[in-house]
Design a binder for this molecule. Structure first.
Ligand code: ZN
Length: 502
C-alpha cells in the first residue's frame, strides 16, 4: 500500500529540451513530479492511472517571466500610451483597490494564463499607495486557488513618477503641479519593514508560490532603497526583479541622474547577481549586456509590451549570445492586453527579425521555445524544477491538440508550436500532476460569474478612481510633450526601427 499517486500520459508526442523533434513518448508521473519519459508504449507501471494523449503534443507549461496581476481589471483602458503615459495613468488604472479587487484581478490573470498554457509567472504586484502584507497575501491566494505557480514580488518605489523624471514637475502648470508634488510615497525603511514582515510570515509552499522583491524602476527608488532590497533578498535567498531601461526616456534620465547607464548604476550598487532579473532591458549598450551576463543575471523580454508602448526592440541576439539568461514575459495586460505566452513567443521571434538582414542573427524557433520555458524557469529561480518534461521536474504539462487547425497538416512540431499555435489548440493543462484545463476550459470556473464579478468591480473602481482619472488625464498632455522631448535627445544606442525616429 502506497500513498503515492502515479499517472501515465501515453500515446502522445513530447516536445521539450532535447526532444525538439516531438517524438512519441510516454510520461510517467508520481504525485506532482515527472518520474520518467519512456519510449512510447513501454509502460512499466501497472498501478498508474492512464491519461490518453493520442493526437496530442505535450509541451512543458510555459513560464511568463514578467507580469502584473493587479492591473488585470484595467484591461483595454488605454490606446496610444507610451510607457510614461502608462505610468502617469497608474493612480487611475491601479488605484483604489480593496483586497477583494487585488485577489480578483490576480485571479483573472491566473485563469487566462492557465487557459493559454502558462503554468508559472513572475508577478510584480503594484499596490497604491504602498505595498501591504495583506495585499500580497490576497494575490498569493488567487494564484493558489487557480492552481498556478508564481513568484510574487511587491512592486515598490520611494520616489514618485513626477519626481523621478528631472524637470517634469516644473513643466506642469499650477495647480496640477502642487497636486503632483504632493504625491509622496512611503520612506524606504517603512516599505522595507513591510517586506521583512511579508517574508517572515510567508507560509505558502515555495514550490508553488515564492516571494521576491520588486523595486520598480531604478530612478523611482533611492539608492538606499535599492541597497536595502538587495540585502533583504540575499538574507532570504529570494529574487529581485526590476524594470530596467525599458524606455529611452528612462535611459536618458539615468544618464542625467547617475552619469552612468541604468545597468551601470545598478552594478555600482552591486545589485546584479544570479537572483536579479531585469525586465525589458531594451536601451542597453554592449557594456550593459556584458555586466548582466558576467553577473549571471536574467532578462525578462516582453516583446508585446515593447511594441505596444513603442518602447523599442530589445537586442535579443546579443543578450543570448553574450550569455544573459533570457526569458519571455507578457508584461501586464495594461501594456500588452492578453497574457498569451504563445503570442509573446511569436513576437519575440518576429521582433528579432526586423533588426537586421542576416537570418543567422534572428531568434530561431528552438531558441524562442527555450526562452519561454527553461529561460523563464531560471528567471523565476526554479531551474531544474519547471520548464522541461524531464525526470525530477514538476508535472506541468500542456496538451496541444494535433487535430486542431493549428496543426493541420502537421509538419515540424516545433515550428507549429512557436509559429502557428495561438492557444486555441490547447486541450488540457496540468500543473503538478493536477488537470486544471480540460477540453480548452478551466475546470471549475464559471466564466459568466467571473465576468459579473469583474464588471461589478470595474464599475465600482470607475467611481472610486474618477477623480484620479481626471487628474492624470489633465496631466497627460504635459507628460506627453515633456517625455517625447526627452526621448528625442541623443543616446548612444538605438532601439527603434529605422535610422531616425521622427
Ligand atoms: Zn512591467
Amino acid at each position: 500500500m502506497t500513498d503515492h499517486v502515479k499517472q501515465l500520459i501515453h500515446g502522445g508526442r513530447v516536445l521539450t529540451a532535447g526532444r525538439l523533434g516531438g517524438e512519441h513518448a510516454d510520461v510517467l508521473i508520481e504525485d506532482d513530479t515527472i518520474l520518467a519519459v519512456l519510449p512510447a508504449g513501454e509502460s512499466v507501471s501497472d498501478d498508474a492511472r492512464r491519461i490518453d494523449a493520442t493526437n496530442r503534443l505535450l509541451i512543458p507549461g510555459l513560464v511568463n517571466a514578467h507580469t502584473h496581476g493587479v492591473v488585470n481589471l484595467s484591461k483595454a483602458l488605454g490606446d496610444r500610451w507610451s510607457l510614461e503615459l502608462l505610468l502617469n495613468a497608474y493612480p487611475w488604472t491601479a488605484g483604489g483597490r480593496t483586497l477583494e479587487h487585488k485577489y480578483l484581478s490576480a485571479f483573472i490573470g491566473a485563469v487566462e494564463m492557465v487557459r493559454k498554457g502558462c503554468t508559472a509567472c513572475y508577478d510584480l504586484v503594484a499596490e497604491l499607495p504602498a505595498p501591504s502584507v495583506e495585499g500580497i497575501d490576497a494575490v498569493a491566494r488567487a494564484y493558489n486557488d487557480a492552481g498556478m505557480r508564481a513568484v510574487i514580488a511587491p512592486m515598490m518605489a520611494d520616489v514618485s513618477f513626477y519626481r523621478a523624471i528631472p524637470g517634469l514637475l516644473d513643466a506642469i502648470p499650477s495647480p496640477l503641479r502642487e497636486r503632483a508634488a504632493a504625491i509622496s510615497l512611503n520612506p524606504f525603511d517603512v516599505t522595507l519593514a513591510t517586506c521583512r514582515q511579508l517574508l517572515d510570515k510567508w507560509s505558502w509552499d515555495r514550490d508553488q508560490l515564492r516571494p521576491a522583491l520588486g523595486p520598480t524602476i531604478p530612478h523611482h527608488c533611492t539608492d538606499a532603497f535599492i541597497i536595502g532590497c538587495r540585502d533583504l533578498a540575499r538574507e532570504h535567498g529570494i529574487g529581485v526583479q526590476m524594470h530596467v531601461a525599458e524606455s529611452k526616456v528612462q535611459a536618458v534620465v539615468g544618464m542625467q541622474r547617475y552619469g552612468a547607464t541604468l545597468v551601470g548604476h545598478l552594478d555600482n550598487l552591486r545589485l546584479l547577481a544570479p537572483n536579479f532579473t531585469a525586465a525589458h532591458a531594451i536601451w542597453l549598450d554592449d557594456d550593459d549586456i556584458g555586466r548582466l551576463a558576467d553577473a549571471g543575471a536574467s532578462v525578462a523580454h516582453n516583446p508585446g509590451s515593447n511594441l505596444r508602448l513603442g518602447s523599442g526592440l530589445a537586442a535579443t541576439r546579443k543578450l543570448r549570445d553574450r550569455g544573459v539568461t533570457f526569458g519571455i514575459g507578457t508584461d501586464g495586460c495594461i501594456s500588452s492586453d492578453n497574457l498569451n505566452m504563445f503570442e509573446a513567443m511569436r513576437m519575440a521571434a518576429f521582433g528579432s527579425r526586423v533588426q537586421g538582414p542576416d537570418p543567422r542573427q534572428w531568434l530561431s524557433a528552438a531558441e524562442t521555445f527555450e526562452a519561454a520555458t527553461i529561460g523563464g524557469a531560471r528567471a523565476l529561480g526554479m531551474e531544474g524544477r519547471i520548464g522541461q518534461i524531464a525526470p525530477g521536474h514538476k508535472a506541468d504539462v500542456v496538451f496541444l491538440d494535433l487535430t486542431s487547425i493549428n496543426y493541420v497538416p502537421l509538419n515540424e512540431p516545433l515550428l507549429h508550436k512557436v509559429f502557428c499555435e495561438d492557444g486555441t489548440g490547447i486541450d488540457r493543462v496540468m500543473v503538478g500532476g493536477k488537470m486544471l484545463v480540460q477540453d480548452g476550459r478551466v475546470i471549475g470556473i464559471d466564466m459568466g460569474k467571473l465576468a459579473n464579478e469583474a464588471n461589478a468591480a470595474v464599475a465600482r473602481l470607475a467611481q472610486v478612481n474618477a477623480d484620479a482619472r481626471a487628474f492624470v488625464q489633465a496631466l497627460e498632455p504635459v507628460v506627453l510633450d515633456y517625455c517625447v522631448g526627452l526621448a528625442r535627445q541623443p543616446y548612444p544606442v538605438q532601439r527603434w526601427c529605422g535610422h531616425a525616429h521622427p
